[in-house]
Design a protein around this ligand. Sequence first.
Ligand code: PLP
Length: 396
Amino acid sequence: MDRRYAQYREAIRGRVLPLAYVDLDAFDANVAAIAQRAGTMPICVASKSVRCTAMLRRILDHSPQFHSLMAFDVREAVQLFNAGFNDILVAYPALSTVAHSGLCGRLREGARITLMVDSSEHVDYLESIGAREETVIPVCLDVDMSYRFPGIYFGVHRSSITTPEAALQVWRSVQDAPHVDLVGVMGYEAQIAGLNDDVPGQRTMNMIVRYLKHRSVKDLAERRCRVVEALRAAGAQLRFVNGGGTGSVETTVQEAVITEVTVGSGFYAPSLFDHYRGFQHLPAAGFAIEITRRPTEEIYTCAGGGYIASGSIGIEKQPKPFLPEGVKLIAQEGAGEVQTPVRYTGPEHLKLGDPIFMRHSKAGELCERFKTLLLIQAGEVVGEVPTYRGEGLCFV
Ligand SMILES: Cc1ncc(COP(=O)(O)O)c(C=O)c1O
């Protein structure tokens, strides 16, 4: 019997449910394991997969190897700078939000915040803001890292920059924009970093995914290298070349041009990151829902729980029942808007008022549902910290 159920239940006894928690022992172990996976490569922490200022600080405090942040919104980046962080890369292009974020004022104070571009239009837009504010805005060029097989698009649809020539075109726009400065290149290989390749019961699919990963790793390493070399040869002074995500650490850090690898999801280790061949992080974050009724002997209906993850719709986007061991969602109902029934036939004696522990399928989205994270260590609650939502922060 998994003793964590009894431990967690005891730890949160008497608290109002639902609540979200982080097991600090598992979290810290994940932080250490990620540092080890990255070898000596500096790590950029993806805030979207953490969404809690205190937990971001805990990661950066672990060691100087965790040296910068990747934010998902320019207002968030300014907020993080105000909270004492510096060196923040905003990983997605920002338009209307830039002028109202306070960014330029912070840049004039010495903030190291970099915005993302992938077109001359982005550059021109930022130039108009920089000129008005008399500030130079540092930018990073997002290079597409997807891979096209006949009939298969392996990757995500983000940047249109797929060749050195396309990158140089944006670089020429930057040269014509005195208030924009190109300081970095980023390429996110989503098809390596975010795709399970060791799913139980899916042997053939796992083999196909691994084959596609293997093929595309070689291709994207070459592409990233050619783009960076072309930009440098044309005079760009690049401070960093960013790549990767939780699932690609080992391959990303091997590329000679890479100067930092991004990791986010691995810290909480949500259920979408359970099935990778190369690593296994510990489930560190989750939420507890309260059993409020028992319609049949085997079914326990809980309040709350329907925290479905974003992205394409699939069963894997539901929360994953975690503890007690063996607890399952009911296919017809899933995790519901205000109630979630679960089936449980194991040895644990469950009563009304007891918790069922679940894990979100994605990392940071959990924090959009809860104002705080309860911190559990060695089976006891040792603190409670606000999530972005708890701080009143809502960006996308
Ligand atoms: C630009 C970028 N880099 C890195 C990541 C990797 O983050 P994680 O480690 O949370 O999968 C993502 C995730 O979507 C991303 O969009």
